[in-house]
Write a protein that binds this ligand. Sequence first.
Ligand code: ZN
Length: 692
Amino acid sequence: MKIICFVKKIILIFSLLSNPLLSAQQTGKVDFKTLTAAVSIDTLTRKVQGSVQFTFQVNENVDSVFIDAKKMSFNKVKLNNQLAKSQTDGDKLWIYDKFKAHENYLLTFEYTATPYKTLYFVGWDNAGSNQMWTQGQGKDTSHWLPSFDDVNEKITLDLTISFNKKYQVIANGLLMDEKENGNLKSWHYTMKNQMSSYLIAMVIGKYQSKIEVSQSGIPIQYYFEPQDADKMEPTYRYSKRIFDFLETKIGVPFPWQDYKMIPVRDFLYAGMENTTLTIFSDQFVVDSTSFDERNFVNVNAHELAHQWFGNFVTAKSSTHHWLQEGFATFYALLAEKELFGNDYFYWKLYDSYTKLSVLSLQGQGESLLNPKASSLTYYEKGAWALLMLQKRMGEEAFGKAIRQYLQEYAFGNVDTDDFIKEVEKASGRDLKEFVQTWLSDTYFPKEEVIKYFDGTLVDDYSKIDCVNNFQTCEKRMNESVYYPIKQRIIEQVSKNLNDYSIELLNKAFALPDEKVRQSLAENLDSIPSALLLNYETLLSDSNFETVESALFRLWKNSPEKRTVYLDQTNQVYGFNDLNVRILWLSLAIITPEYEQNEKGVFYEELVNYTNENQPYQVREKAFQYLFDIQLVNRQMLDNLVHATVHPVWQFSKSSKTVLKELMKEATYKDYLMQNILQFSPSEQRLIKSLSE
Ligand SMILES: [Zn+2]
């Protein structure tokens, strides 16, 4: 039908005429200074309502200005306290006037939004603890708060949020005051310095907190849920050391008035560096035992480094994204080197070197200046580029360049040229070759990198050859060397089992190194009887990766002892994702002779781990195991369908894969088609498309 096309065309022309700035960037012509907002959030309707005030200065005569505001409705739009001519196109709020250069303006309005993204409600419709959190990067803050998608428009923020007083509301900046009004309370936060809108953030939940003060006097606040009080210390271990180290190393004082870190459930990423308010995944909330295997240290340092690289100086566009991620990765590596030593540092670098050189060899290497590069490029290749730059220039000149770069562009925006110019200035050198090799080229210069590993653990590691030098390997197992060396020996020796290698492995079991025991657990696919006794001791280790691997392999290897192994591990839950418990339940269910009367209880527990009140990491495992043991019921199927629309894309993707497989069976397909109306419209669409 042609008429629809025609109507569309008219609307397009109309909007082009009425919005002269549509395709142009506003920044430069108009300079927004402050955003003051008072908002309230309804957890039932998921609506945000608020009143907003912007101040701005006009640099050139213009006849309209805009605010980014996705699918919002507005009321009382006023310019300098007079009702203003305004219009919304679902994407922006436009204000029309004869704006004069060099004049200051005050814009105020009220708004309502029901954001479908950016604002995430977790636990409000199930038994999980209630949280609400935001994720604004890339251009998403304007879904809940009228603001600016353009990272080059920086503003200071004054945010008041009212909510049920039983909760706590945390946002960017300093908490100025809290006021109670009946069941409601309002929290008033302010930021002293300007920032890009994507870094505006808010968290609501029931939290407690503890404050430490950095050497330079900045308060660092650690948030935790009351039930995790005993995990507070291991979760935030080394935070102050990392803070003090980075502030000294970077050489420019922390740019903001305060710093807070807060864990949330089902977060989309590992962490997000909102200005002064890092939000991170609660999978990093760990006890002392888990700390050695999985901890927050790297993410902690990475997000903190962004407070300078990203928040204080912000890349002008995605072409220069490495100026944020490469720097954050680089400084996190340095912080970890400070805490854990050289071997740790080089071992991590070896890992990223391996990934980057494989990609490059496959012809899939990427330039750091490619606006669509992968995170491996922005993060890891970016960090390598800085390491190599530092090596060429020497630490002193490099440090000077970083300081000058940060001071020159403080609270502003940068591109790669800006950075390179500062480095050239500080070193008096021409960096053309460096820019070509490390920034522009797609090839990963591994020849240069290999030289960097000379005389390090990596050098040592690559020379291990137990087939030809077994005695050296035997000797090295008893030396005090970093675990990857021993891991490599175990890997090689396990592939070639004979009396000598079995003796070596038996001795390895006696070494007091968790990582060595973990590689013993993981490398012996079939367990020779001469190693069985020692291998069984792995079930009592405190390392949960070890217990998971050992339980599975022992169960497979010695069917006659399954009951013993299951009894021995029936109280072990594992990491936050319950890696051991979920495996244990699956094995307990499919081992016929084990606890025959309890099968129903085990199955119910396993299926309950797929419920929506569980963290997605737990649900993902439970779905996978239930699928593997082919014991599917309605509750699991319903939960699986809901999981396919979860905001964490990796989880929704894996859930879709499982659902797709299950729907190949008529029973499940028929059940879902017959009950399709109980699902949401997007879930229904998926079920229909999979049933075809
Ligand atoms: Zn980052």
